[in-house]
Write a protein that binds this ligand. Structure first.
Ligand SMILES: *Cc1c(COP(=O)(O)O)cnc(C)c1O
Length: 425
């Protein structure tokens, strides 16, 4: 068959875009070359419904080894006894948790989307908000999770499950406090660590596993693996909530979760992606990953400091992790305008609602900035000032096309110091 030049040309263009730009989207990262290589292999051809050793198809003896290695390595990464590596994405992992734990119409409590939460934590547009009764806690005016509000709602409403975790929150979590109120009311605590998982794996943030019954994550954010999801338990347990499998049997939590992924919400697993996950987990277990995590935090803090020095308002005043949210209202710029203009200069980030935002989610008053990608490219604290200077130059000259074009060239030249996939031409 003829090579599909049209698509491969677009793929080349995308590599060029990634190389030339400053990538600040907090949920993105650059995987290693071997992680990408694994995804473009013959494993994509294999059907393997089921789990290692218990498949519905023949010919699974090799993919069984791949998937078992992914499971074993992931257990080691987070020091847990149960891991499911099949969810196709973070949202799929969360869907499986809901299916395992909740019946339609039951109540759960999660962080409000407009305060930094995720769609799958009860947004009206998402299955989680449509199928179940979603209750929400928020953050205080200072931008810190409002634990008092969380406790008040939990005690008044008795939700079956409490979700902690966020997509746009720069502070660590008090998992123990959430577990304490959950124990009072007999609720399940579910931590979605999609964003900070890599920093947790590196031991640089609080460990949710001892306090949360169930933990999910994506694998492509700070874990720096392929796009995908995972579900974990530190200790398997007989569920005290009397949860049943579809046949009405009480089961161990691990078994309920496995059933909720397959056949509950997915068919065949993506073994090529699972192989890439296994490689990424191996990289996380290597000696360098902790230094990577430390550099992420050092970079985020240096960047926050540089923004504050230029009178930018950081929600909660700073960051404990890999990201920050900036309220641009004192600069009279909307999040939308900032995102669109920075994009022209190949500085990529996203507009984001700030807590108590008075603008619509399509416009917003803020931007979210993350440093995992630029840290992967090799930037250190001293480069954060340059990045902030370039962003500030755009935002202070938001309608000046000549300056924007000039910054675009500066960005391209600056990024040449940080080669991306030099092995690919
Ligand atoms: C990114 C994210 C997800 C979803 O991940 P996808 O792979 O995009 O489905 C779920 N939860 C949180 C908190 C996230 O930030």
């Amino acid at each position: 068959m003829e090579r599909d030049k049209v698509i491969f040309d677009l793929i080349d263009q995308e590599l060029g875009r990634q190389r030339d730009g400053i990538e600040l989207i907090a949920s993105e990262n650059f995987t290693s070359l071997q992680v990408m290589e694994a995804m473009g292999t013959s494993l994509t051809n294999k059907y393997a419904e089921g789990y290692p050793g218990k498949r519905y198809y023949g010919g699974c003896e090799i993919v069984d080894q791949v998937e078992q290695l992914a499971i074993d390595r992931l257990r080691q990464v987070f020091n847990c006894t149960y891991a499911n590596v099949q969810p196709h994405s973070g949202a799929q992992a969360n869907g499986a948790v809901f299916l395992a734990v909740m019946k339609p119409g039951e109540k759960f409590l999660g962080l409000d989307l407009s305060m930094g939460g995720h769609l799958t934590h009860g947004s009206a547009a998402n299955f989680s908000g449509k199928t179940y009764q979603a209750l929400h806690y928020g953050v205080t005016k200072d931008g810190i999770v409002d634990y008092e509000q969380l406790e008040t709602i939990a005690r008044a409403e008795n939700p079956k499950m409490i979700i902690c975790g966020a997509s746009a929150y720069s502070r660590d979590w008090d998992y123990a406090r959430i577990r304490a109120v959950a124990d009072e009311i007999g609720a399940i605590v579910f931590a979605d660590i999609a964003h900070p998982a890599g920093l947790i794996a590196a031991g640089l943030l609080k460990d949710p596993f001892d306090h949360c019954h169930i933990v999910t994550s994506t694998t492509h954010k700070t874990l720096r693996g392929p796009r995908g999801g995972i579900i974990m338990l530190r200790h398997d347990f007989e569920n005290p909530w009397g949860l049943k499998d579809p046949k009405g049997n009480t089961r161990m939590m691990s078994s309920l979760l496995d059933l909720a992924v397959f056949p509950g919400t997915q068919g065949g697993p993506l073994e090529h992606v699972i192989a890439a996950k296994a490689i990424a987990f191996g990289e996380i277990l290597s000696a360098d990953f902790k230094a990577y995590g430390q550099q992420i935090i050092a970079n985020a803090q240096a960047m926050a400091k540089a923004f504050v020095a230029k009178d930018y308002q950081i929600i909660s005043g700073g960051t404990d992790n890999h990201l920050m949210l900036i309220d641009l209202r004192n600069k009279n710029i909307t999040g939308k305008k900032a995102q669109e203009t920075l994009d022209k200069a190949h500085i990529t980030l996203n507009k984001n609602a700030v807590p108590y935002d008075d603008k619509s989610p399509f416009v917003t008053s803020g931007i979210r900035i993350g440093v995992p990608s630029i840290t992967t490219r090799g930037m250190k604290e001293e480069h954060m000032q340059t990045v902030v200077d370039l962003i500030d130059k755009i935002l202070m000259n938001i309608d000046d096309e000549a300056i924007i074009a000039g910054v675009k060239e500066e960005v391209k030249t600056f990024m040449k110091q940080f080669p991306l996939y030099p092995e690919l031409n």
